[in-house]
Design a protein around this ligand. Structure first.
Ligand SMILES: [Zn+2]
Length: 399
């Protein structure tokens, strides 16, 4: 099913523009009128990261007149493997600054609007309302639900993508024409219950595959050509090099876009899914928040004492094997979180305390709670291996 163009055409193209965008103008579906729609379009890109980077470059090259960029983060060295709008010299700079420079270098005619903020209940509606279409490359669930809700309330299409390892998903959520994000994903996963690219890894070029589909969809919506990816969820598997389209439907009981949705409810609030693995955060009397903690400085001292024979404990790493390839704390024992949950690991020595660590301290808090429920004196290493690198051994790599 086609949809009418989102954006009316602006003034005639100049001679220079006819030349610059000739490969668009040549397309019968686009033509000069389509290019005038693209130039008049206002597109918001949420996140100048793995998906936002290729999206920004292709939107700029295509001649989108106004590009908004939302990101409150600074460029980190680990971003450079896939976030191609940022360069080596940009490490430590705001992502919106290097993204804006990359866009302007490619196409000085594009007006870039920097939004150096984290979208929240207070800012999301005001920012999104200023655009014709939103490309959502957010790396976290609260932002996706906020953007989805804001788009649904404003009747703006929400071009969404996500990537993990070799996999990608992409769709266009468009309340009134098809499902919104919450129709298909009605519950927000509990924090840290779903692995992310920062712990599981991702192929940079898979971000480009998904990001470029998002741009094609945005341009189709702006110009009103083809069949938009509304009501279909594309699922990409780069290892087998497959793209599958899964039909998805609007949910008439959807709390975000259904007929009974409360227009005054807080933005982006959907039920949070509890962990189904047992021992999840907040799932029992000995929840992760009540687990005793040790700091990385204390851990360093205790490791010295253990080496001297005056302390005894087990240091457990509950991260995934790939994360151990990047960095480890010396003298640890690897048991991934799933094995701790399932009790599928070598028995821990009787009566000896266990200190548990992960990347940031969230997964290890859950693991420690699970072990404590089994009568083991487990504590959580606050801040995880990232705190260890920051405070104890800055020569080690962070990720
Ligand atoms: Zn919905």
């Amino acid at each position: 099913m086609g949809l009418p163009p989102l954006v009316p055409p602006g003034p005639e193209l100049s001679v220079a523009e006819r030349s610059r965008y000739a490969r668009h103008v040549l397309l019968p579906e686009v033509g000069a009128v389509g290019q005038r729609r693209i130039r008049a379009a206002r597109v918001l890109v949420v996140g100048a990261g793995g998906l936002g980077s290729p999206a920004l470059l292709y939107l700029a090259a295509a001649g989108v007149g106004t590009l908004g960029v939302v990101d409150d983060d600074v460029v980190d060295r680990t971003n450079l493997q896939r976030q191609v709008v940022h360069g080596d010299a940009d490490v430590g700079r705001p992502k919106t600054a290097s993204a804006a420079e990359a866009v302007q270098a490619l196409n000085p005619e594009v007006v870039v609007v920097r939004h150096d903020v984290r979208l929240d209940e207070g800012t999301a509606l005001g920012i999104v309302a200023d655009y014709d279409v939103v490309l959502d490359g957010a790396d976290n669930f609260p932002t996706r639900y906020l953007v989805g809700d804001a788009c649904a309330r404003l009747g703006i299409p929400h071009v969404w993508g996500s990537v993990y390892r070799f996999d990608g998903q992409v769709s266009v959520w468009f309340a009134g024409n098809g499902p919104c994000y919450a129709c298909v994903f009605p519950q927000m996963p509990a924090p840290d219950s779903v692995p992310s690219c920062s712990t599981g890894g991702v192929v940079g070029a898979v971000c480009a595959s998904v990001g470029s589909v998002m741009v094609t969809e945005a341009l189709k919506l702006v110009t009103g050509i083809g069949e938009p990816l509304v009501g279909r969820l594309l699922v990409h598997d780069a290892l087998r090099q497959r793209w599958d389209a899964v039909p998805v439907r609007a949910d008439p009981r959807c709390p975000v876009c259904g007929p009974a949705a409360d227009p005054l409810r807080p933005l982006g609030r959907v039920p949070v899914r509890r962990s189904t693995n047992g021992g999840g955060v907040g799932s029992g009397p000995d929840s992760a928040s009540s687990v005793p903690e040790v700091s990385v400085a204390e851990l360093a001292g205790r490791l010295r004492d253990r080496a001297a024979g005056t302390d005894e404990f087990v240091l457990l790493d509950v991260r995934e094997p790939g994360e151990r390839e990047v960095v480890t704390i010396p003298g640890d024992v690897p048991v991934p979180l799933a094995a701790v949950r399932a009790g599928a690991h070598e028995p821990l020595p009787d009566g000896i305390p266990v200190l548990v660590y992960c990347r940031t301290g969230a997964r290890s808090a859950e693991a420690a709670a699970v072990l404590r429920a089994r009568g083991i004196a487990a504590s959580n290493v606050a801040g995880g291996v990232l705190a260890w690198v920051r405070d104890v051994d800055p020569g080690l790599p962070a990720y």
